[in-house]
Ligand binder design. Structure first.
Ligand code: CTP
Length: 407
């Protein structure tokens, strides 16, 4: 499984069940996100949902007929509700009303949506949205607990101003959040049971209380790896230098600043890890004796700082690697493959991701990267210019395969 030009949900069949509630209009946005990512979506609307938004909106955006009634002879002939239930990879009910949740929990099948769910084999994601008092009602909570215990997934509503005028929990989540939950549920989980330790971002080395030596690393490659490893079922520990990126959901993020802090944090976490991916741009030098007070200008002359080497974190990690898979990066501006091969051997790595930082579309700050993967078995694969998420997919394919071989 890897990214490449393949869309994130390509080939996935999703049944989107829509119940009646003011949040129906937001389900339209969710449908748009799902189809944009390549999913084939069949929408089932309850009679009340159709009072809020016309089925034509869902039909146009899904590019599929919308299923509304049990006894619609045309649709039942085209594809009956049982076939609809059988071909789905995932059912998403958004918004899910207290009524629908109650019916599913009690095994009542009295309309097309509840009947289709009765025949469902695929996982079910419920996205409840309702008034705060309905949400807090112990009958509803009991029904949700029963469904969770049976293996259904529930995306809890958000807290905020509700359409009924009340304030509290019950708000339909941001469609992007629902989309991410869908993606997580549909992803191949070939890293389940693994713990992946990722180093990301730059390190900043102090000159005085207000200044530092840093680099242009955005952290994007490391964050893409952490997110993708999480989607593939791994527990992820992301040790990150300062970045402007939002923390990836479901990942244990430990924020650090200097190379020394990153070293200590990663060595401490190594014990738990089964794979390590070092995508951080660790500063190679730090100021030998940082100033304890803010440095003052003196005369017109320049300033000379004495620098000393920082520890090579990846080297230390791989010295203690044991059975772990260890992946490093090689950022080069010349002799790419020669330098990368040297790093692969010198740092005892399983895989090196080599990139020429002078190429447009590669390296620091860019959304894309152009890399060659060099493995310990001597194989070398050059990838085209790809989004960093897709590069992460290729790297994790290698990690997953190496872990499988080691088991
Ligand atoms: N690395 C590290 N600690 C350092 C320097 C680098 O862990 N102090 C890691 C990087 O995260 C990367 C790999 O080592 O995964 C190679 O980093 P790179 O900067 O390409 O090379 P260096 O080993 O620093 O060698 P040079 O700067 O001489 O090319």
């Amino acid at each position: 499984m890897s990214g490449g030009p393949k869309q994130r949900l390509q080939g996935k069949q999703i049944v989107l069940g829509v119940c009646g509630g003011i949040a129906v209009y937001k389900a339209v946005e969710l449908l748009r996100l799902l189809t944009k990512a390549g999913a084939e979506v069949s929408v089932v609307m309850t009679a009340n949902a159709r009072r809020f938004v016309s089925e034509l909106t869902f039909q146009t955006l899904s590019n599929n007929p919308v299923y509304t009634g049990m006894f619609d002879s045309v649709r039942e002939r085209e594809i009956g509700h049982i076939a609809l239930a059988e071909r789905a990879d995932l059912f998403v009910i958004a918004p899910a009303t207290a009524n629908l949740i109650g019916k599913v929990a009690c095994g009542i099948a009295d309309d097309l949506l509840s009947t289709t769910l009765m025949a469902a084999q695929a996982p079910l994601l419920l996205v409840p949205a309702m008034n705060v008092h309905m949400w807090e009602n112990p009958i509803l909570q009991g029904n949700l607990k029963k469904l969770s215990d049976l293996g259904c997934h529930v995306l809890e509503p958000e807290v905020g101003a509700l359409a009924c005028g009340a304030e509290g929990k019950g708000k339909f989540p941001d469609p992007q959040r629902i989309f991410e939950a869908v993606e997580t549920l549909l992803h191949e989980r070939d890293l389940a049971g693994e713990t992946v330790l990722v180093g990301a971002g730059p390190t900043l080395e102090k000159i005085d209380p207000v200044r530092y030596i840093g680099n242009f690393s955005s952290g994007r490659m490391g964050y893409a790896l952490a997110r993708a490893a999480h989607l593939r079922g791994a527990r992820v520990i992301l040790v990150s230098g300062p970045t402007a990126l939002p923390p990836p959901g479901g990942v244990d993020l430990v924020a650090v600043t200097s190379a020394d802090q990153m070293r200590k944090t990663m060595l401490d976490a190594l014990e738990e890890a089964t794979a390590v991916i070092m995508a951080a741009a660790v500063a190679d030098y730090r100021v030998a004796e940082p100033y304890s007070q803010k440095l003052k200008k003196e005369g017109a002359g320049g300033l000379t700082l004495k620098l000393e080497r920082t520890p090579d974190i990846l080297q230390e990690l791989s010295e203690r690697k044991g059975e772990r898979i260890v992946v490093g990066f090689a950022a080069e501006s010349e002799n790419l493959l020669e330098n990368a091969r040297r790093k692969l051997a010198a740092k005892n790595l399983d895989l090196v991701v080599a990139n020429d930082v002078t190429l447009a579309g590669a390296g620091f700050g860019a959304d894309t990267n152009i890399v060659t993967l060099l493995a310990a078995d001597g194989s070398e694969e050059s990838l085209p210019c790809l989004p960093k998420e897709a590069v992460a997919g290729h790297i994790l394919d290698r990690v997953a395969a190496a872990l499988r071989r080691r088991r």
